[in-house]
Design a protein around this ligand. Structure first.
Ligand code: 3PG
Length: 214
């Protein structure tokens, strides 16, 4: 993606990863969560395709909260990828990258954040032309020390570590060169979404932007 352009990695120190509980109205909840994050200074959201209605939530955020860049996450195959773009996703995130996904992501009209868990996987993505990658699952893989080691030989790749990262752990990743942000669900836990605690989500977002930079 172009420097300073629409890369999701440059919006905030955290890409909030939202999994909508099954018992909420997805479009309304998506809109409320995005609005709450924006109020806390975070103009980006990744909605995972792990719940019924996730695509409806993507569309709602795209149409009703235009200041928030909305992406679709947990994209596992080409069918989901096409559905996500059709729904209005402005970027897509995958947990790992199959050969079929890698090809399809190359032709995508929106930025892609393909997932990788090893040096070889990051190298394969680099060969395919990607310069931004999601390292997943970051904490079980070894945390900041692992990410630093992966990046050492790969000079032009930027990464967004995700997976098991908490408010307390995020700063250690952000100190690493070419880690502009991390991903994580700690800003938008299911309990706050289920109970409609939008102020609680705003507080968590504010805390993240205050402690990690905006
Ligand atoms: C993802 O899909 O990116 C992960 O599930 C992020 O969620 P976590 O912060 O809860 O690991």
């Amino acid at each position: 993606t172009a420097p300073g352009g629409g890369s999701p990695l440059d919006r905030a120190p955290v890409i909030p990863v939202v999994q909508l509980p099954e018992d909420v109205e997805p479009a309304q909840a998506g809109r409320e969560v995005a609005t709450a994050l924006l109020a806390g200074g975070i103009p980006v959201i990744e909605i995972t395709l792990r719940s019924e209605g996730a695509l409806a939530a993507v569309t709602a955020v795209r149409e009703l909260v235009p200041d928030v860049l909305v992406g679709a996450g947990t994209v596992l195959d080409v069918g989901q990828l096409e559905a996500a773009v059709e729904a209005g996703a402005q970027f897509v995130v995958t947990p790992g990258t199959t050969a079929a996904l890698r090809q399809a992501l190359t032709d995508l009209p929106v930025p892609a954040l393909p997932g990788a868990a090893t040096v070889s996987e990051v190298m394969a993505l680099r060969d395919a032309g990607f310069d931004e990658v999601k390292v997943f699952p970051a904490e079980p893989l070894g945390g900041p020390a692992f990410v630093r080691s992966v990046l050492a030989p790969l000079r032009e790749v930027r990464v967004c570590p995700t997976g098991g990262i908490t408010a307390a752990r995020a700063a250690a990743y952000l100190e690493i060169e070419r880690v502009p942000c991390v991903g994580g669900s700690w800003l938008t836990p299911a309990e706050l979404v289920r109970t409609g605690d939008w102020a609680g989500i705003t507080r968590r977002a504010q805390h993240a932007t205050t402690t990690l930079g905006s």
